[in-house]
Design a protein around this ligand. Structure first.
Ligand code: 3PG
Ligand code: MG
Length: 395
């Protein structure tokens, strides 16, 4: 990946640089509620400002389906960025056409402009070449720093780099560097922790990870499908019946490769998800009839302590339970603590995926983690060995 041209290699003084960022951030009532992705883009933005470039930022926000929709305006993100950088950030109400062109022309060296949501135009997601050209006329250079969106073959990811001299931003480079270590050269022992609700979302990554890990920890609701595949009763817990055979195949592969595959040894279970007051721990792996598993239990956490503590590489994607409910968050929090401790002892710890990232942030341990990926889908597709159109287009 190091063969990608870096933003460092561009001579940008006085030139207009189109920077594709992923400012697809959670918002509530017109305010940014988690600015991780905005902050992650700052090294590239600051470098360009200091180099005297004229910055034109482009991004998508949400899925407005190809039409303008005030619910998905990027205007509040321009304000937010301006506050963090303590410098004005101009905003144009369209990403192409006269408004965008005038705003881009008005820029002076070191100034920043954010354009309105790319996905207000259906052509963005179609990778339409005329739309890519309408974006390209705005700048002299293109910098790709939207790691969270490089698994999409859109005009701003796959199209633009073909039209302008292009380079990778620092965030994209950092993501590819850390995830590349996980994918190609993990220091051993390597422990992967995969959770979340559905096996179906993670099949390919589980299969690929089995070729590399020493230990694979499975948590979250997807663990119930694995348990059912071993004929362990799971009560009324969420399962994907049509994925039982696949879970069996993955467990057989683990056995064949002598991989330590860890399923929950016990659980926190409830009568109903909205009745946290009914939460209790099960005696063992089985979930009694009528109960619903919502988190891993104490014995499971105890069993994870040794493998996670002695790991040299850890990749974590997906929570251990329904961590949004405080009473069901313990397993996820404990895993965050174990991973942070391992990182302090020198392990490379990479966390990817919105939910596990939120869990790490909520536990206040984010600073201790080696790398928190800004791309959920993108990081999984990269680890699955898939081509990332937004990266290949830069090469
Ligand atoms: C994300 O948050 O997953 C990225 O910003 C990509 O967005 P998308 O899944 O809507 O393409
Ligand atoms: Mg997504």
């Amino acid at each position: 990946m190091s063969q990608l041209k870096s933003v460092n290699d561009l001579n940008v003084k006085g030139r207009r640089v189109l920077v594709r960022v992923d400012f697809n951030v959670p918002m509530d009532k017109g305010a940014v509620t988690d600015d991780t992705r905005v902050r992650a883009s700052l090294p590239t933005l600051r470098h360009l400002v200091q180099s005297g470039a004229r910055l034109i930022l482009i991004s998508h926000l949400g899925r407005p389906k190809g039409a303008p929709n005030p619910k998905y305006t990027l205007a509040p993100v321009a304000q937010h960025l301006s506050q963090i950088l303590k410098t004005p950030v101009a905003f144009a109400p369209d990403c192409v056409g006269p408004a965008a062109e005038k705003a881009a022309k008005d820029l002076k060296d070191g100034e920043i402009l954010l354009l309105e949501n790319l996905r207000f135009h259906a052509e963005e997601e179609k990778n339409d070449s005329a739309f890519a050209k309408a974006l390209a006329v705005l700048g002299d250079f293109f910098v790709q720093d939207a790691f969270g969106a490089v698994h999409r073959a859109h005009a701003s990811t796959a199209g633009l780099p073909k039209l302008l001299p292009s380079a990778a931003g620092f965030l994209l480079q950092k993501e590819l560097d850390y995830l590349g270590r996980i994918k190609d050269r993990p220091a051993k022992p390597f422990v992967a922790i995969v959770g979340g609700a559905k096996v179906s979302d993670k099949i390919e990554v589980l299969d690929k990870l089995l070729d590399k890990v020493d230990t694979l920890v499975i948590g979250g609701a997807m663990a119930y499908t694995f348990l059912l595949a071993k004929n362990v009763l799971v009560g009324n817990s969420l399962v994907e019946k049509d994925k039982i055979d696949l879970a069996k195949t993955l467990m057989e592969k683990a056995q064949r490769l002598n991989i330590n595959l860890l399923l929950p040894r016990d659980h926190t279970a409830v009568d109903a998800i909205d009745k946290p007051e009914t939460a209790r721990e099960t005696a063992d792996q089985a979930i009694p009839s009528g109960l619903i598993g919502v988190d891993v239990g104490t014995k499971t956490i105890q069993g994870l302590t040794a493998p996670i503590s002695s790991a040299k590489t850890i990749f974590w994607n997906g929570p251990m339970g329904i961590f949004e409910v405080d009473r069901y968050a313990r397993g996820t929090r404990e895993v965050a603590k174990l991973a942070a401790d391992a990182a302090e002892k020198g392990a490379t710890v990479v966390v990817g995926g919105g939910d596990s990232v939120a869990a790490v942030q909520a536990s206040g341990l984010a600073d201790k983690i080696s790398h928190i990926s800004t791309g959920g889908g993108a990081s999984l597709e990269f680890l699955e060995g898939k081509d990332l159109p937004g990266v290949s287009a830069l090469a």
